[in-house]
Design a protein around this ligand. Structure first.
Ligand SMILES: C[S@@+](CC[C@H](N)C(=O)[O-])C[C@H]1O[C@@H](n2cnc3c(N)ncnc32)[C@H](O)[C@@H]1O
Length: 193
């Protein structure tokens, strides 16, 4: 098996990738987490999906590619330029809601239904509001994070944050957890039904 050969890229992935490079976006999600998200989302028809950290829309393009016609996806970023960029690609898709807001504020104020999959790719919902975000995962739903293995862009001391987070996640008896030394280091959790 050639793990590095990915053949099922979303139709708009190449153009989004080019735009991300052109704008100098420095934190793109890789194609491996993309394929995983797409595959997990495809297992959840009529689902409600959340992404924290829209960024350059790279992971979003994969997630949307796994979404069926009756599902909805909300993606949040606090950078207006990135939300504007995402809207150029996804504004005509009625399944997608893009929100420009601080993720912590959004999590603390959200009162809607739970989510079948949450990809937490920003500080909020990962290193802060962790308990609150896990409460928003539906039974049988997925919580996904990456960048768990050392990355060149980590600030000094970030390994301590990662270690604390992993210890907390592993302590949660209401979830099963899988750690993958693959992509940038992925943790996949499912809330027990
Ligand atoms: C790792 S990047 C996301 C990459 C994205 N998934 C992609 O594929 O391009 C993290 C993103 O979180 C956003 N972010 C940082 N702090 C935030 C906050 N407090 N609330 C919401 N978004 C935040 C940043 O603007 C950045 O776009």
């Amino acid at each position: 098996m050639n793990q590095t050969k990915i053949t099922n890229r979303p139709p708009n992935h190449a153009i989004i990738e080019a735009k991300a490079k052109e704008t100098g976006f420095t934190m793109p999600s890789d194609i491996y987490i993309g394929t995983l998200l797409k595959t997990l989302i495809a297992s959840k028809p009529q689902s409600n999906i959340l992404e924290l950290g829209t960024g350059a829309s790279l992971s979003l393009s994969w997630m949307v590619d796994g979404l069926d016609t009756d599902s909805r996806l909300t993606s949040i970023d606090n950078d207006p330029a990135l939300i504007q960029m995402a809207s150029e690609f996804f504004r005509n898709d009625p399944r997608i809601t893009l929100i420009c807001r601080d993720g912590s504020e959004w999590i603390q104020n959200y009162e809607g239904e739970g989510f079948d999959l949450i990809f937490a790719d920003a500080w909020p919902g990962k290193y802060s509001e962790t308990e609150e975000i896990l409460a928003l995962v539906k039974p049988g739903g997925f919580y996904v994070i990456d960048d768990m293995m050392p990355q060149p862009n980590w600030p000094e001391g970030h390994q301590d944050n990662v270690d604390r987070l992993i210890t907390y996640l592993e302590s949660r008896q209401d979830f099963t957890l899988t750690k993958m030394e693959w992509s940038t280091g992925v943790i996949l959790m499912t809330k027990k039904a």
